[in-house]
Write a protein that binds this ligand. Sequence first.
Ligand SMILES: [Zn+2]
Length: 294
Amino acid sequence: MDPAALDAELAELRHAAQHTAAHYETIPDLAWPAGVRVAVNFTLDFDAMLLRRLKNEPPMQLAKGEFGGRVGIWRAVELFSRLGVKATIFTVGRICELYPDALRHVLEQGHEIADHMWEHHVPKDPAMEDDHFMKTIAAFRDTLNHRCVGSRSRHSNRLLAREGYLYNSHGSAAHGPHYTHDGAGNAVLNLPFHYAIDDAMFYSANWQGSELMANRFSDTDRVEEIWWQGFLQQYRAGGYLNVCLHPFVSGRAQRIDMLERLVHRMQAMPGVWLPTCADVARHVTTTRPPLAGR
Ligand SMILES: [Zn+2]
């Protein structure tokens, strides 16, 4: 590479690093409630067919999404309810039209429903973004009499803060809860996840177009061991883990069985907290609010 091009690239990277430093606020002094050593959020992205439609996948792939709405979500809710885990279901707004009974069941069982965009994408135009965000709020209100306090999306802090949302759960900028600031006075807590603890990475033929053979149809023992090691590391560190699942992926019988084994192993350790994302967000934002002035 010629030196001028390298200089330009480094300048760009410096700019990105400065932007990150100005907009992200880590919380090194975060303390969990008494007796808690690690917080683990089990999160399910309830995309059903909507994500697959967005990706223009062929009809058979769409049917795989449908499995999540007809079977996967029910199996996951049964499992987490039986084990005493409070899960967070990030739900695409239009799922209200497709699977309202499943969503009512999620709430009846004491789990959380949070925003996952209107049609699984955030429009770039701010007015359109606003429209999508408010349509999702209206759908949850009219179908479930429910108001979300969290999102998994690229929705702007401006909208999330304006509508009183407590948190977002998007991206991997840090390994634990942290704040994002938009430079206009809107700070939102982020509860990050990572593709290494995401079922779709391990159980899909070519998730996100990946051609890596390692990403294809892993056996459940392998996934359990990788996630268990991830949990143990955060357990030792007194940290946080967000396990990202999809009903159409993890709703398959042997994968549900693996999750049961994994939760049992976690619950055998002292000080493991398995609440909703909203519970974690309430704890963090009340005990350690964002620093002002960004
Ligand atoms: Zn999704």
